[in-house]
Design a protein around this ligand. Structure first.
Ligand code: FAD
Length: 377
């Protein structure tokens, strides 16, 4: 019998965990091809550490050359076309046909969709966060605005973490009283499915004199005038703007015809797309859970178990439960742990533990365990 071929597009949280699980279960009995255009993986949360100068980009880049798993070849290629009907993928280096295709290309940013954003700062790309390392020391007083340009966006608590860390940063420099900090969000609260976490964050904002404006999007920025326009029609003055760009699936996914409303629709419990033997997992899909690494990884586990069951004749996995832990920076090196459950009950629920130094250590351990598991570092 021919060796089953599995092609996984994207070596982020989803692609790395999925190919690791397939390798552990099946080794050389399958041919897994993992494709990514980048030469290194960077955890989303590392971007906050880089921008606030808590670490360097070099220290948090995890080069793909360290990812070595039996049965898996990782190719550095750029995906140019996906045909979900024939399960054929075209890259800048050639074509790949397969028996099982998993699209795990994440969400991309549309910076041009918000007029003026290209001339301001954003902290969601690796380059944007790295640039801010040099920009932030130049801010000594005035209005700092952290603004979200659209929803859904990755890691819903990240903008709240950003303002709390900015408060700590300015306080440590002794210039916090010279500035105001405002966060605008399209969401009604910092973490909508976890009211206790939202309450704790809003209390932390009030204690630190951080203004929170919910339910609005950034419509445009006028850098010369130093004015942010909100979609409510209101305007805010700014001297420093830290933005979260609008998101959508990568252009190659939109061009493939697989997407609806910007992302690939899937069965939330199996991650199966509407094409036979084609899955979409992680931020690239509409799953009914937030766009966050912890959920991409959890959903990838279900896809791995499905494929393993198909190939070995075993029993299929339990449905994806949409449960995940997110670690939330409160500033001052304190971290809270939010547990959210999106799919197992009639509506999402969430709880908060901490914030504390113990959860800061647990978050560090969470990152270190993935670094070791995927990269052997
Ligand atoms: C500031 C910030 C903080 C965050 N904090 C957290 C956190 O604390 N916890 C958490 O769980 N999540 C966090 N996230 C979110 C997390 O980073 C993402 O949700 C997660 O990376 C999604 O995983 P994924 O595998 O779906 O996609 P990704 O990790 O984005 O992987 C997609 C991969 O596809 C590749 N790719 C894209 N297009 C192509 C192409 N055409 N050809 C080839 N390769 C391509 C990319 O290079 C990328 O490696 C944060 C994000 C940000 C920005």
């Amino acid at each position: 019998m021919a060796t089953p071929r599995i092609v996984i597009l994207g070596a982020g949280f989803a692609g790395l965990e999925l190919s690791t699980l397939l390798s552990e279960a099946l080794g050389d009995r399958v041919q897994v091809t993992l494709i990514d255009q980048s030469d290194a993986f960077v955890f989303g949360f590392s971007k906050l550490d880089v921008m606030f100068g808590r670490t360097t980009l070099d220290a948090v880049r995890l080069p793909y050359r360290h990812f070595a798993k039996p049965g898996v070849r990782l190719l550095r290629e750029s995906v140019r076309a996906i045909d979900p009907h024939s399960r054929r993928v075209t890259t800048d280096a050639g074509t790949h046909d397969c028996d099982h295709l998993v699209v795990a290309l994440g969400a991309d940013y549309d910076i041009a969709a918000t007029p003026g954003l290209a001339d301001a700062n954003e902290f969601y790309t690796v380059d944007g966060a790295n640039r801010l390392r040099d920009v932030l020391p130049g801010f000594s007083k005035g209005h700092a605005v952290v603004g979200v340009c659209g929803a859904p966006y990755k890691c819903p608590p990240a903008p709240s973490e950003c303002v709390l860390m900015l408060h700590t940063h300015l306080t440590e420099l002794g210039i916090r009283t010279e500035s105001t900090i405002t966060l605008t969000s399209p969401l009604p609260s910092p973490v909508p499915p976890a009211p206790l976490a939202s309450e704790a964050i809003l209390t932390a904002f009030a204690e630190r004199d951080i203004r929170f404006i919910p339910g609005v999007r950034i419509a445009a920025l006028d850098g010369a005038a130093g004015v942010v326009s909100l979609d409510s029609g209101d305007e805010l003055p700014y001297d420093l703007f830290l933005g979260v760009p609008k998101h959508h699936a990568p252009q190659v996914v939109l061009d493939s015809g697989m997407a609806e409303n910007g992302y690939i629709p899937v069965d939330s419990y199996t991650l199966a797309s509407r094409y036979p033997d084609v899955y979409a997992v992680g931020d690239v899909a509409t799953v009914g859970v937030p766009k966050a690494g912890v959920f991409s990884e959890g959903a990838a586990t279900v896809v791995a178990r499905s494929i393993i069951a198909r190939l070995t004749g075993g029993e299929g996995p339990a449905p994806y439960d949409g449960v995940g832990f997110c670690y939330l920076e409160f500033g001052d090196d304190l971290v809270g742990r939010v547990r959210v459950d999106f799919l197992s009950g009639p509506k999402p629920t969430g709880t908060l533990d901490g914030p504390s130094a113990a959860y800061a250590a647990e978050k560090a351990e969470w990152g270190a365990s993935r670094r070791a598991r995927w990269f052997g570092l």
